[in-house]
Ligand binder design. Structure first.
Ligand code: GDP
Ligand code: MG
Length: 335
């Protein structure tokens, strides 16, 4: 039998014609017809390429690990229940340093009653932290300036506490964006992340209140920032509001390590009253994330701040209110 032919009879052309030379029909009733043999691999064809079976490697997807942009944010929020915190503050108010300090706290171990589980933005955290600690040519450590071109980015932290695992997203936007929106309220609409924030923190640079020459101007700008956002509908009703006063070390003149808070508290109280008049509650936190003016002061308020951010909030009442004097029976069921 010619190799490759299903028939032992060399005169049979069944492979091509499909007709048995001995007129057997069906073909496999012929005793010479052995189609199965064809299927066998005789292993005598030296030119046949070797079939190499390689183990299938599982695909690995590496995360960029940089700050989330808008589309990455949506996919995260679709997959997990998240708490989003937005930091609002002028240039150099201490937003990025605060974020780096929270990351650095988790690098040391459990923090504020939570343990670190994972982060999808580790590189972004590490870069900010590195910059804050780096022994550079600068006279003092500093974080990279977040610029207007950067837009808004989100840091992600997945931690676990007594209430179970939590996903925290912290928005970091350039102070220049907030400053621009304060001066031209048409730009307020571009601060899109505020609409989805669970908590909005107004970052108050307490260092600016320590100097009589900057105090009055800074207080005015701080309030202007709040009103520009409130009056233009950028602060959602559902968001918890908080004044986060930063750089408390600047209120502790050496050799004292106790910040003098009178001026700060008096100003915070006027802002709280203004919020109250507008029908909004606002909390206050005091922090020192990098005591570079007075190291004796140490870190202040980070644990309490973080716990407040992840505090479970009252679930909103989503049941519809009963209709007044309903006409339809279906509406009467609610009352
Ligand atoms: N003394 C002191 N300086 C701080 C503190 N937090 C931040 N800074 C400094 O303030 C400057 C601006 O901080 P940064 O976090 O970049 O501000 P951002 O523009 O709001 O992100 C940096 O030089 C920081 O080192 C603090 O708690 N104490
Ligand atoms: Mg910044």
């Amino acid at each position: 039998m010619a190799h490759g032919s299903p028939c032992r009879n060399v005169n049979c052309d069944v492979a091509k014609s499909g007709v048995c030379a001995l007129d057997n029909d069906p073909i496999d009733s012929c005793s010479e017809y052995l189609p199965d043999e064809v299927a066998l691999d005789h292993g005598d064809d030296e030119n046949e390429p070797l079939l190499v079976v390689r183990p299938v490697e599982p695909k690995r997807f590496l995360h960029r690990s940089d700050m989330f942009n808008r589309s990455e944010l949506w996919s995260m929020q679709k997959a997990e229940a998240t708490t989003t915190v937005s930091l609002i503050g002028d240039v150099k108010a201490g937003k990025t340093t605060l974020i780096a300090a929270l990351y650095s706290s988790f690098c040391k171990g459990p923090f504020a009653g939570y343990s670190f589980r994972s982060s999808r933005t580790l590189t972004a955290f590490a870069r900010r932290h590195h910059k804050a600690l780096e022994r550079s040519d600068l006279p003092l450590p500093a974080t990279d300036r977040t610029s207007r071109q950067d837009g808004v980015g989100f840091f992600h932290l997945n931690v676990v506490g007594q209430s179970g695992p939590r996903h925290l997203l912290v928005a970091d936007r350039s102070g220049e964006d907030f400053r621009a929106a304060r001066r031209d309220t048409k730009l307020v609409a571009e601060l899109w992340e505020l609409a989805m924030a669970d908590r909005i923190c107004f970052m108050l640079d307490a260092g600016k209140l320590s100097k009589p020459e900057t105090r009055a101007g800074y207080k005015r700008k701080f309030k202007q920032q709040i009103w520009a956002l409130l009056n233009n509908g950028a602060i959602p009703e559902k968001a918890a509001l908080e004044i986060v006063s930063t750089k408390l070390d600047k209120l502790a003149p050496r050799p004292s390590t106790e910040p003098i808070l009178d001026e700060l508290i008096a100003f915070e109280n006027t802002v709280i009253e203004e919020f109250k008049a507008a029908g909004r509650m606002v909390g206050v936190s005091h922090v020192c994330a990098m005591p570079r003016s007075n190291f004796g002061v140490g870190l202040i308020g980070l644990e309490k701040l973080f716990q407040g951010w992840l505090e479970p909030r009252a679930v909103k009442e989503i049941a519809p209110l009963p209709a007044v004097d309903p006409l339809r029976w279906v509406d009467k069921m609610l009352s």
